[in-house]
Design a protein around this ligand. Structure first.
Ligand code: T4K
Length: 369
């Protein structure tokens, strides 16, 4: 058996020779960024592929979430989940807003609409929810709470590329949705991301904000930022789109293998996903429960000993990081499900290039405890 390092993910890289013509075209045009040909093409292609109305490409999802909060002119407090990558809450704080953490549903690990309703106050101005691991939130429940409160919903759909129901991508939900195209994601543009807007007016506002706030050459209408995607990244996106079905299929096979191999391991729970949606198999999260012979951290270390680099996404909880733990909503007793998940979660390697042999090796290492 090989002794190669096995990472939690590896980017999908199309054949290099297929990328070269895109680079030649960029070199010939000398248009490197600021809404070039590939940028325009990718916005259109993604809107078609995802079946969403308006796509604005971004340099990464972090800047996109920061911009989404700005585009909706959010002030005051934003209710959010502590069980996410730190970028979610950082985007709130970066806008000078106050995050209010609420607990998650223990089954889906997504924000609990009931908890949102209980935590809401007159200062609540928005909900920033995360479709964690590409598992859709209870979008109906969240919509109802938001409508009652009269506030917008932003979805951090960083993990959601390719997750869809019969009407299209889950990214169509909310007042704005954000997706990540980071190298570690199902679909990558090296670094990158996008905002999905429901209307042409909102897309235009997002696009102005993305470009420093410029409305035209001499007018700056709002305090914008530089969030533009460059042409090389956009070209990578166009090429990746040609392989996306293959990527999803390869991930799906690994997911099935894990589920078969890890079925009935005492104390190990493979996270269930909503069976009515088309999944993207972005992550393979398992919960290491008290019935398992090792603690989550001991299993993590054991795997490392075999050069298998699983990751504890998302531990520590965002609410336990130094910049947020002073918040009244960060108290552990208010977030029992999130704290429990953060203590038990382990994401196993999953990516198209992961060999069957290595999936067996990972499963065997887990089972031989
Ligand atoms: N919201 C949510 C819910 C998110 O999960 C994220 C990002 C964001 C917002 C923000 O999206 P972006 O602003 O990034 O677009 C990684 C990613 O950097 C991050 O994008 C992702 N979520 C997070 C869950 O995972 P790290 O610190 O774990 O990455 P790193 O560098 O340790 O990479 C993990 C493994 O991937 C490495 O051990 C090897 C492999 N890898 C990584 C890179 C970058 C490669 O093989 N090649 C590569 O180029 O955060």
């Amino acid at each position: 058996m090989s002794n190669e390092e096995i990472f939690v993910t590896r980017p999908f890289l199309p054949p290099l020779q297929e990328f070269l013509p895109y680079l030649e075209s960029i070199w010939a045009s000398q248009k490197l960024t600021n809404g070039g040909r590939f940028h325009q093409e990718l916005e259109g292609a993604l809107s078609q592929y995802l079946r969403v109305p308006y796509v604005s490409l971004f340099t990464n999802a972090s800047i996109a979430i920061v911009t989404a909060l700005k585009a909706l002119d959010i002030r005051g407090e934003v209710i959010t989940t502590p069980f996410s990558f730190v970028a979610t809450t950082n985007a709130i704080a970066w806008n000078g807003l106050t995050p209010v953490f609420v607990d998650i549903d223990p089954k889906t690990l997504n924000i609990d609409p009931m908890a949102i309703a209980e935590a809401a106050s007159p200062k609540t101005s928005a909900i920033l929810a995360v479709h964690c691991y590409g598992q859709p939130c209870d979008v109906v429940g969240i919509r109802q709470v938001a409508a009652r409160l009269g506030i917008p919903v932003i979805y951090d759909g960083a993990h959601c590329f390719g997750v869809a129901d019969s009407l299209g991508s889950v990214l169509r939900h909310g007042d704005l949705s954000v997706v990540s195209f980071h190298a570690t994601k199902v679909f990558n543009t090296f670094e990158g991301g996008a905002i999905v807007s429901p209307t042409a007016e909102m897309k235009q506002r997002v696009d102005y904000l993305r470009n420093f706030g410029f409305v035209d050459e001499t007018h700056v209408g709002s305090v914008g930022i530089n969030g533009k995607m460059n042409e090389v990244s956009a070209a990578m996106g166009l090429l990746q789109l040609k392989y996306v079905d293959h990527i999803l299929e390869a991930r799906s096979e690994i997911d099935s293998m894990y589920r078969e191999l890890l079925y009935n391991v005492d104390g190990l729970e493979c996270l269930d996903f909503d069976s009515s949606i088309k999944r993207n198999f972005a992550y393979f999260p398992v919960l290491v429960k008290p019935g398992f012979p090792l603690s989550r951290d001991s299993l993590y270390e054991k795997l490392r000993g075999e050069r298998i680099f699983a990751r504890r996404y998302f531990y520590p909880l965002i609410s336990n990081f130094p910049m947020y733990r002073h918040l009244p909503s960060a108290k552990e007793c208010l977030l029992p499900n999130a704290n429990s998940a953060a203590g038990q979660i382990l994401c196993l390697p999953i990516y198209p290039g992961l060999s069957r042999e290595n999936v067996f090796k990972i499963a065997e290492t887990i089972k031989s405890t």
